[in-house]
Design a protein around this ligand. Structure first.
Ligand SMILES: C[S@@+](CC[C@H](N)C(=O)[O-])C[C@H]1O[C@@H](n2cnc3c(N)ncnc32)[C@H](O)[C@@H]1O
Length: 287
């Protein structure tokens, strides 16, 4: 039973961090002529209306993309300005009415020769995704389990260049163990695959331990090290619960990514922080 719908959360602070990083990874991959494959194991609907009853229920985007939308591009670090300009492109240059999901950003950044493999389990979101991108060249939008797909998708045929985005909802506790398994599986099949894993920052043991478990797996298996970026925007609620931030873990990151994120994490804290002690963490282990 899938209760999670990303439409409620589209464009929130966690999407901002995840998509800023994804964009820089895809830009780096597209610098070489050789095609690459992007496998998005938990793709969602591909794009979301910010005017829908879902998005407006808690208006999470108001504390995310909306806080960057009006910023003068010249005042933003280049990678943040790049992110906002792609959201603008998705909106056709008009008002902030729609927000691209990870497949929406991929559609803007992948070249015709690149392969896009999208997996989504929710029938409604899969239908929307397939209508949006199913006819795109070199693209497949499959209604199926993205974790299970890693085995059949890696390594990709042709050029051995691949990015794996693993972005589950963590509505099921077993997702924490599954993302560690996914990282191991991916790196065992392809030690230089760029693997990007998003996770929610909560005060639970699972959430706190996850980055350490990912680091151990990457230490053992990744050919080119790892990078971990976490953005903490608010404090837990009175009961100690709530999404206080989010993190992105990347195995085999582009070598330029640490410097790019180094320039934008504090500006993200300044713009997205919801309490005085908002902060970030940026750490890496080089190959
Ligand atoms: C966090 S959302 C994805 C957001 C998307 N990656 C983006 O950045 O726009 C997680 C999605 O995974 C879907 N999902 C949950 N379990 C899945 C599974 N095992 N395989 C594929 N999709 C799954 C959910 O229905 C939901 O749409």
């Amino acid at each position: 039973m899938l209760a999670y719908r990303h439409a409620f959360h589209a464009g929130n602070h966690a999407d901002v961090l995840k998509h800023v990083v994804l964009i820089q990874v895809l830009r780096y991959m597209a610098q070489k002529d050789k095609p690459f494959t992007l496998i998005d194991t938990h793709a969602g609907a591909g794009g979301y209306s910010l005017e829908s009853r879902y998005a407006n229920k808690r208006a999470e985007y108001a504390n995310g993309i909306a806080r960057l939308w009006e910023a003068d591009a010249a005042a933003l670090p280049p990678a943040l300005a790049d992110y906002v300009s792609l959201v603008r492109a998705f909106n056709g240059g008009g008002n902030l009415e729609q927000y691209p999901g990870s497949p929406g950003f991929a559609n803007l950044l992948l070249r015709p020769q690149d392969r896009l493999r999208l997996f989504e389990l929710h029938p409604t979101d899969h239908r929307i995704l397939d209508a949006f991108l199913g006819a795109r060249p070199n693209t497949q939008a499959t209604m199926g389990d993205g974790f299970a797909a890693i085995r059949s998708e890696l390594p990709p045929p042709g050029s051995r260049r691949a990015v794996l985005l693993v972005d589950p909802s963590y509505e099921i506790k077993s997702d924490y163990a599954k993302v560690v398994g996914a990282l191991r599986e991916a790196l065992t099949r392809m030690a230089d695959c760029v693997v990007m894993i998003w996770y929610p920052q909560l005060t639970t043991v699972d959430s706190v331990q996850l980055p350490h478990r990912l680091q151990s797996a990457a230490d053992a298996l990744a050919r080119k090290g790892w990078l971990h970026a976490r953005l903490t925007v608010q404090q837990p609620d009175a009961r100690g619960f709530g999404l206080i931030g989010s993190g992105v873990f990347i195995a085999n990151p582009p070598h330029v990514l640490h410097a790019e994120l180094g320039a934008l994490m504090q500006p993200l804290v300044d713009r997205l922080g919801q309490y005085d002690a908002a902060h970030y963490l940026l750490e890496q282990r080089a190959a």
